[in-house]
Design a protein. Structure first.
Length: 289
């Protein structure tokens, strides 16, 4: 197998300022059919952060994917200041490629404050991350069977250590319950900048997410007759994020209908605290052969 160069995710999420409110991010080709949605989520969030007061932290964003992105071209982000209140700020971000809007995000930021607190969510009992094989090992074992684009993109899958519990079963074309649990941790040491940790988690939140909806149908993500694409993605941050430590991403798909699948996720730290929640709906269409 060819030696892979080190690739840092933080460099992907550091944007070039074109002018006030206008930023450009480079793209990674992960070997998928289009630009990876997690890249646009993380970069758009970083763009929104450029215009908010330093004491404000994002607590939620809602986004729509309008057109497939081109992984071989950079993405321009246009940030609109919607509102700055005493405690909250709202921003809209438009992602642009080839003169067309491919994505919209609305993000809300808040000055941290104390308040009522409860958690009615239990972290499931799963093997520890040290006892779960990294997903990248499966790619390495099957390197000879990977397509050319996937081989070339393999190094870009390494910045986040992703370990799916019972991965072999999850990625086979057998009818299974639409649930999945995955451990996540960044491979590079991130600093104390919370915006970067949140952007990295946003990037990672799109891995294996919509494909959870495929599991009851016995369809693999690599099926050549499958058309799959994210329609919208929402995320809520409940507590500070630390991507230098293991987080457990628990996903389930409550329903699929009308060629769309709905997935929801909960992200726990190792202390069992719910750090973030996610929701996504996407297109899942099987073409006739």
């Amino acid at each position: 197998m060819e030696q892979q160069n080190e690739v840092k995710l933080s460099s992907l999420l550091e944007l070039e300022t074109l002018e006030h409110g206008l930023y450009r991010g480079q793209s990674w080709d992960l070997g998928f059919r289009a630009l990876f949605g997690g890249q646009v989520l993380g970069q758009a969030l970083q763009a929104a952060y450029q215009s908010v007061p330093e004491d404000r932290v994002v607590h939620s964003f809602h986004s729509y994917f309008l057109l497939p992105g081109d992984a071989k071209k950079p993405v321009v982000y246009d940030v609109e200041i919607v509102r700055d209140g005493k405690s909250f700020s709202a921003r809209r971000v438009k992602a642009i490629q080839n003169g067309r809007s491919i994505f919209y995000m609305t993000a809300s930021f808040q000055t941290p404050e104390a308040g009522m607190s409860h958690q009615f969510a239990d972290m499931p009992d799963v093997p520890r991350p040290e006892d779960v094989e990294p997903d990248i090992r499966m790619y390495e074992r099957n390197y000879a069977h990977l397509g050319r684009r996937m081989r070339e993109a393999l190094s870009y899958h390494r910045p986040i250590d992703i370990r799916t519990v019972d991965a072999v079963a999850s990625f086979t074309a057998k009818n299974r319950k639409p649930v999945r649990a995955t451990w996540l941790k960044t491979e590079e040491a991130l600093g104390d900048n919370q915006s970067m940790h949140q952007a990295v988690l946003s990037y990672a939140s799109d891995y294996h997410f919509l494909s959870t909806s495929l599991q009851p149908h016995g369809v693999q993500i690599t099926d050549k007759n499958l058309v799959i694409a994210t329609i919208d993605h929402a995320m809520w941050f409940h507590r500070p994020v630390n991507m230098n430590e293991w987080l457990l991403y628990v996903m389930e798909s409550p329903v699929s209908e009308s060629a769309r699948g709905l997935v929801r996720g909960q992200i726990f730290n190792q202390q069992g605290e719910l750090v973030a929640s996610t929701m996504q709906e996407g297109l899942m269409r099987l073409r006739e052969e």
